[in-house]
Each structure stands twice: as structure tokens, then as C-alpha cells.
Unconditional design. Structure first.
Length: 94
């Protein structure tokens, strides 16, 4: 939703809570393998409130949450952020 602080997922979950019916987008979303959940959770926490994720942001997360990320996880978080920024720019141009 343009101008909203909520994510699409949060909007779909709210619609399900209110109506009792899961939106098709919520039903058809891809599942994330269990071993990837910690990386996704880290990305979600780090990306809140920042325009672009830096290595300093990741370092601060690791210190704050006493979490040690592997190199592949750091790469994944940076790649996810690149995709997020690309999508954001695409939406702004629409």
C-alpha cells in the first residue's frame, strides 16, 4: 500500500485476521527452508528503519543480538537488501 509503513505480508495477515479468510497471496507465498529462517529474521531486523543496509548495520545487529553470522549469511542479507532497493525503486517509478 503506497505511503503505508506496513509490509504486504503484514497487510495480508491483517486481512486474514479481520476476515477470517486468507488472501490468495498469503496462501501462495513460497515457503522458506528452516535453515534459512535465522538469516531472514536477521535481514528483517536489520532492514527496519534503514534505507540501505551497510556492513556497519550488520555488525551492530550482531553485537546487539549477540549473533554470529557466517559469510554466506552476510552475503545473503546484502543481496536481499539489493533486491529490496531495486523493488522499491521500481515501485517509485510506477
Amino acid at each position: 500500500m503506497k505511503g503505508s509503513n506496513s509490509t504486504r505480508l503484514e497487510n495480508w495477515e491483517a486481512a486474514e485476521r479481520i476476515s477470517g479468510i486468507a488472501p490468495q497471496q498469503l496462501i501462495s507465498q513460497p515457503a522458506l527452508s528452516g535453515h534459512l529462517l535465522p538469516t531472514w529474521d536477521a535481514f528483517c531486523k536489520i532492514s527496519k528503519g534503514v534505507e540501505s543496509i551497510s556492513l556497519k548495520d550488520i555488525q551492530a545487529y550482531c553485537e546487539l543480538f549477540n549473533d554470529r553470522l557466517d559469510g554466506w549469511q552476510i552475503d545473503a542479507i546484502l543481496d536481499l537488501d539489493t533486491a529490496r532497493l531495486t523493488e522499491w525503486q521500481t515501485q517509485l517509478q510506477s
